[in-house]
Design a protein around this ligand. Structure first.
Ligand code: FAD
Ligand code: NAD
Length: 482
């Protein structure tokens, strides 16, 4: 039997489920194929983000931050707490409940919008047909006016540290630990390494991050990266750069099991160290295995992602691809916006995504967030720019909150004054960068921000002062114009 839909979406992560809902809202008949099921066999909607990514990691980041503040920073406020205990299984259960609530939320939204969820693994055939292998082994054929591939990504595995999710964990395993490892090794000091390292470090683990690159957070503005390195190191994260991991072996038995990791430092010197657990988080790769029939007409790019144009159209007419499986940052909100754009374009509307203004956030404490060009990128492109910086140490709100590390950095075009980038490490960095993103979307200048009234006392005033500083006119810090 062949079922027909206007749109068949493969994958119910943030890119796929948003695309499916939007397409249904635009009056199209939509099916969304998803292969993941929970322990009870029920379809698990929401993809990496909702089940093993953004949401569970943020739940644990919030819980662990509350614990850290309770044990180490409340005293500064004159609050003394005794007998604080930690119940890690309860923390994990709370996280799992949040995930379940949101899983149900996506299912409810599908129902409310008339999206048909189909359990199984989808494969794109020629002529916009999708073959679904259902959980009971049957094959079902779907015919679509348009097919949207949103199959997402999964962790990159490295042969020197094979993941068993008992001793050597990927990010999914690291979100499910039920006790705090005494010593935690992490391969890769990227976004996941820093977020999950923060979680377990705050709860008491001694955390060592082994990073291959000599530069810390190479894609960030390097002034922000350097400040972030300083702050996180002060918090106790032992970040070692220029490490080439050569092996990871599980030794011992029972409770004395350890992972012995060997690596070479920048000078080529060999090191070996034992950890109670090891997390491998060295990036993610697109899910394309067994997804495309040879005659589907869909091509991959040189890095193994599905090749798409700026509107997410693949080489095959009527077949689109969005989210982590295509080029661009692997971020949930980037995938969601692509999902909306594709649904709109299928419905005949001229939608697009502004790839120049996609904010990104690392949810450490303090947060690290950025949007637009970094100073290094501007220097390289030769675009003339000015910099405005405001440190949170000069913010009344940040000092009142005992949260005054870091700074806001704004970059504006030296001639037109248009905002080109905003990079923040500090309290509420994600929200401040979002304000800059809004301003950038409207083509604002540094002067536009500088002329606005900001409520006092707020963290947002740091953005205002950074905009003033672009023109050497900051009020609450001495101006150093450049
Ligand atoms: P996915 O979320 O990976 O979803 C793809 C779905 O497709 C999956 O459900 C999969 O089962 C299904 N699928 C794959 N192949 C098939 C097939 N053949 N048939 C049927 N179904 C299929 N991003 C942020 O923006 N903010 C964050 O704070 C953040 N935190 C993260 C924390 C962690 C620990 C991780 C791992 C990631 C985090 N991310 C974060 C990244 C974010 O999760 C991804 O960018 C996002 O989930 C990508 O969405 P997607 O829909 O493209 O793919
Ligand atoms: P990442 O690219 O952020 O970091 C991986 C790090 O591992 C890099 O610094 C890289 O140099 C290093 N590395 C690679 N190979 C190595 C090796 N053999 N030995 C040592 N270090 C090595 O990737 P990630 O942290 O795995 O995260 C994957 C993706 O998920 C990211 O692209 C990110 O966009 C997304 N994510 C986003 C958020 C967020 O938005 N807050 C949170 C988590 C994940």
């Amino acid at each position: 039997m062949t079922d027909q839909y206007d749109v068949v979406v493969i994958g119910a992560g943030p890119a796929g489920y948003v695309c499916a809902i939007k397409a249904a809202q635009l009056g199209l008949s939509v099916a969304c194929v998803e292969r993941t099921r929970d322990e009870g066999g029920a379809l698990r909607l929401g993809g990496t983000c909702l089940n093993v990514g953004c949401i569970p990691s943020k739940a644990l980041l919030d819980s662990s931050q509350k614990y850290r503040e309770t044990v180490s920073s409340l005293a500064a406020h004159g609050i003394h707490v005794e007998g604080v205990t930690l119940d890690v299984p309860a923390m994990i259960r709370r996280k799992d409940e949040i995930v379940k609530t949101l899983n149900r939320g996506v299912a409810t939204l599908f129902k409310a919008n008339g999206v048909t969820a189909i359990a199984g693994s989808g494969r794109v055939l020629a002529e916009r047909r999708v073959e679904v292998r259902t959980p009971d082994g049957d094959r079902r054929m779907l015919e679509a006016g348009n097919v949207v591939i949103a199959s997402g990504s999964r962790p990159i595995e490295i042969p020197v540290a094979p993941v068993d999710n008992e001793m050597i964990l990927d990010s999914t395993g690291a979100l499910a630990l039920t006790e705090v490892p005494k010593r935690l090794g992490i391969i890769g000091a990227g976004v996941i390494g820093l977020e999950l390292g923060s979680v377990w470090g705050r709860l008491g683990a001694e955390v060592v991050l082994l990073e291959a690159m000599d530069e810390f957070l190479a894609i960030l503005d390097q002034q922000v990266a350097a400040e972030t390195h300083k702050i996180l190191t002060r918090q106790g994260l032992d970040i070692r750069l220029g490490c080439r991991v050569t092996g990871a072996t599980v030794t011992g038995r029972g409770r004395s099991r350890r992972v012995e990791v060997t690596w070479q430092d920048r000078e080529g010197q060999e090191h070996a160290e034992k950890f109670d657990k090891l997390i491998v988080c060295v990036g993610r790769r697109p899910n394309t295995e067994d997804l495309l029939a040879p005659d589907s007409g869909v091509a991959l790019d040189e890095r193994g992602f599905i090749y798409v144009d700026e509107h997410c159209a693949t080489n095959a007419p009527g077949v689109w691809a969005i989210g982590d499986v295509v080029r661009g940052p692997m971020l949930a909100h980037k995938g969601m916006e692509e999902g909306v754009m594709v649904a709109e374009r299928i419905a005949g509307h001229p939608a697009q995504v502004n790839y120049d203004v996609i904010p990104s956030v690392i949810y450490t404490h303090p947060e690290v967030a950025s949007v637009g060009k970094t100073e290094e990128q501007l220097r390289q492109s030769g675009e003339p720019y000015r910099v405005g910086i405001f440190p949170f140490a000069a913010s009344g709100r940040a000092l009142a909150a005992d949260d005054a590390q870091g700074f806001v950095k704004l970059l504006a075009h030296a001639e037109t004054d248009r905002l080109l980038g905003c990079h923040v490490v500090g309290p509420a960095a994600a929200e401040l960068v979002q304000q800059a993103a809004i301003a950038m979307e409207f083509g604002a200048t540094a002067e536009d921000l500088a002329l606005m009234v900001f409520a006092h006392p707020t963290y947002s005033e740091a953005l205002h002062e950074a905009a003033l500083a672009v023109h050497g006119a900051a009020i609450h810090v001495p101006n150093r114009r450049r």
